[in-house]
Ligand binder design. Structure first.
Ligand SMILES: [Zn+2]
Length: 176
């Protein structure tokens, strides 16, 4: 059974990264600084496995938390915060508002940072999850994108949640 550290190291040099995107030479695995990584023997290009970053919003109104039901796997049918992946070059606050609008139909104003949550490899979803508090400023509740339902739930009676990171985020919201 590999240690979590071993899995992280293995993830630093994924063999599916087969060819150099610059010169098309087959990539090799070699130590770079602190970890094995995929390296091009032709031009020296190194593939760094950057973490996937997710952004999401905590919208609480009248003691009820806004959640969306996942229409796709992983964790289809379970509920999560309105959230999604940060695009390259995108401001995380704008991404959080964009995801809220896409998944719930609500226009939100993004307020303070609530938490940054680390989600270890193998748990599904983003590896770094940025959680903002937000409040509705417009729009109409309407599920969309990869959510097939969107609703507000009492904080003491939430439906089944997806992802360890969702549980951690909701625990953080309940403490706030
Ligand atoms: Zn190359």
């Amino acid at each position: 059974m590999p240690s979590p550290e071993g899995q992280i190291n293995a993830d630093s040099a994924p063999t599916w990264f087969a060819y150099c995107p610059r010169c098309a030479t087959p990539m090799q695995t070699a130590p770079v600084i602190d970890k094995p990584r995929r390296v091009c023997p032709g031009c020296g290009y190194v593939y760094f496995t950057d973490p996937k970053v997710g952004v999401g919003v905590a919208v609480v109104a009248s003691g009820r938390l806004l959640l969306v039901r996942r229409a796709i796997n992983p964790e289809r049918g379970k509920w999560s915060l309105p959230a999604g992946y940060l695009d390259h070059g995108e401001d995380p606050r704008e991404a959080a508002a964009r995801e809220a609008l896409e998944e719930t139909g609500l226009v939100v104003a993004v307020d303070e940072l609530l938490d940054v949550i680390f989600n270890p490899p193998g748990h599904g979803g983003a590896s770094i999850f940025i959680l903002y508090r937000a409040r509705q400023t417009g729009g109409t509740l309407q599920a969309g994108d990869d959510a097939d339902a969107a609703d507000f739930f009492p904080l003491d009676d939430l439906p089944e949640l997806a992802f360890a990171s969702t549980h951690a985020a909701v625990a953080r919201i309940l403490r706030s």
